[in-house]
Design a protein around this ligand. Structure first.
Ligand code: NAD
Length: 494
């Protein structure tokens, strides 16, 4: 049995916790360990360690910081498979998905290795006679990162490489469902030469999040999770005077225009709908088929679904289990609701049988879904694809723009003009053109619109650097040496 505890000031916390939570292997349904739940006193210890470490880390040279980042990058790359195995054991996603997640996180570390360039400020010479103005960006202090279960390594890595590179110290609060990957990353930071106290981890649930949100030592909050909690975190954190970026839920639409390559669109629907069992904030869950291609598209998706092997993620399957039994049952209840509200159940994942007690649900396809059905209005976060049929591009666009979420979207078409119009008109933060999961590269920024993001800063890229630093502008006048003072050998004015 694994016993996960907090990582404070470069060491494991040895205190006996007041509360713990169970960790499951979703593929077997068995408890594999426990995780300590922090209270306000433990949070205080972590923030004190981060505050003490900040005094030195903020003054560490850019050369030193990049050396540590490069070393960390090497260690993560060397241990990619090990980290992936930890993710699969607690999250359930298949090993190749887990390794892909580590790679995407690694790209942010690589981006952060360029921090000397990213922190360069502006300079204006002679704004007035003898006066120069320049800008610098400085670290905030201890910052908190609160992450969801679905990307236990990648989502924290959207933030902490950039935060640390900018000179901040961090307290990470991973999901209590799969806390092991971040603990392993903590050890790698130490091995990479990061001073103790710069990277701390506390575990738990609402109690620890609430303690972080109001702790006066925490200067900013980077949160990723469901929309109701993201809204709460944003409101509570900003009320306590903190800078907050809170990324929320999603309902990503894929618009399929009649002129597109239908084979490409069907492949994309399968990968984006059922990869990671649909537990991705960039998963496609609503496919908007612009007629007359509805029947042809549904037939292609249905025939591909027959080939998806659902099972233990360590055993070569295509799709793993859902994260908990409760979540599996909730997703299954949406299929029931969709059927009751009039959707056609083309493939019913509830019919899947996998040996053992794992939290499995097969891939599901619902056709003739309408905008009022709960399968359309709500984020399901499982392997359920809904087809909504419309007659025009304008109807399709209107659906996307009317939805409360605006995280990602994709259009499939061979018409460049239609795609260009869509990228301009759609009210969503991340747009794919013949690309179903348009996750921005690390040097761009990741984030949605509307109820998918509270706050104005997206993750990583230059917005990440901006979020984790404060701007300062210096206006300086240095008198010419000829002006006076100690005679340095320059000609003196009278
Ligand atoms: P969640 O909101 O349940 O939990 C996220 C974090 O908040 C966890 O660390 C959890 O411990 C904490 N938390 C849970 N309940 C809380 C409460 N009442 N008060 C304070 N803190 C609380 O989300 P989840 O189920 O772990 O993750 C799935 C959700 O995350 C989905 O909605 C998904 O769309 C979203 N997500 C969004 C993005 C994005 O970039 N927008 C990325 C990944 C996941």
């Amino acid at each position: 049995m694994t016993q996960i505890t907090h990582w404070i000031n470069g060491a494991l916390d040895t205190k006996k916790p007041e509360r713990t939570g169970d960790i499951y292997n979703p593929a077997t349904g068995k408890v594999t360990g426990t995780v300590a739940f922090a209270n306000a006193a433990t949070v205080d210890l972590a923030v004190s360690a981060a505050t003490a470490a900040f005094a030195e880390w903020r003054h560490s040279s850019l050369t030193k910081r990049t050396q540590v980042l490069f070393a960390f990058r090497e260690l993560v790359a060397q241990n990619r498979e090990k980290i992936a195995a930890l993710i699969t054991a607690e999250h359930g996603k298949v090993l190749s998905d887990a390794a892909g997640e580590v790679t995407r996180g690694l790209e942010v570390v690589e981006f952060a290795c360029g921090i000397p360039h990213l922190l360069k400020g502006g300079f204006s010479e002679e704004v007035s006679t003898g006066v120069d103005v320049y800008s610098i960006r400085q670290a905030l202090g201890p910052v908190a990162i609160i992450s969801p279960f679905n990307f236990p390594a990648m989502v924290p890595m959207w933030f902490f490489p950039v935060a640390i590179a900018c000179g901040n110290t961090v307290v990470v609060k991973p999901s209590e469902k799969d806390p092991s990957a971040v603990m392993f990353l903590a050890q790698l930071w130490k091995e990479a030469g990061l001073p103790d106290g710069v990277f701390n981890v506390v575990h738990g649930d609402k109690e620890v999040v609430d303690a972080l949100l109001i702790h006066p030592g925490i200067k900013s909050i980077s949160f990723v999770g469901s929309t109701p909690i993201a809204r709460y975190v944003y409101e509570t954190g900003t009320k306590a005077g903190k800078r907050v970026q809170a990324l929320g839920g999603a309902k990503n639409h894929m618009i399929v225009l009649p002129d597109c390559d239908l084979e490409l669109a069907a492949d994309a629907a399968i990968n984006a709908g059922f990869g990671s069992a649909g537990e991705r904030c960039m998963a496609i869950s609503a496919i908007v088929a612009v007629e007359p291609i509805g029947n042809a598209l549904v037939a292609r998706i249905k025939s591909r679904m027959a080939n998806i092997v659902t099972g233990d993620g360590t055993k070569g399957s295509d799709m793993g289990p859902l994260v908990t039994a409760v979540h599996r049952d909730k997703v299954a209840s949406y299929i029931e609701a969709g059927a009751k509200e009039g959707a056609t159940v083309v493939v019913d994942g509830r019919n899947l049988k996998v040996d053992g007690d794992g939290f499995f649900l097969g891939p599901t396809l619902l056709d003739n879904v309408t905008p009022k059905m709960s399968v359309y209005t709500d984020e399901i976060f499982g392997p359920v694809l809904s087809i909504i049929r419309v007659n025009t591009y304008d109807e399709a666009l209107n659906l996307v723009n009317s939805h409360q979420y605006g995280n990602g979207t994709a259009i499939f078409t061979n018409d460049g003009g239609a795609a260009r119009r869509f990228q301009n008109e759609v009210e969503v933060g991340m747009v794919g053109i013949n690309v179903p999961i348009p996750v921005p590269m690390a040097y761009y920024s990741f984030g949605g619109w509307k109820s998918s993001l509270f706050g104005d800063s997206h993750a990583h890229g230059t917005e990440g650097v901006h979020f984790f630093t404060r701007g300062k502008v210096v206006t300086s006048r240095w008198l010419d040496p000829s002006h006076g003072g100690i005679n340095l050998g320059f000609p003196q004015n009278d």
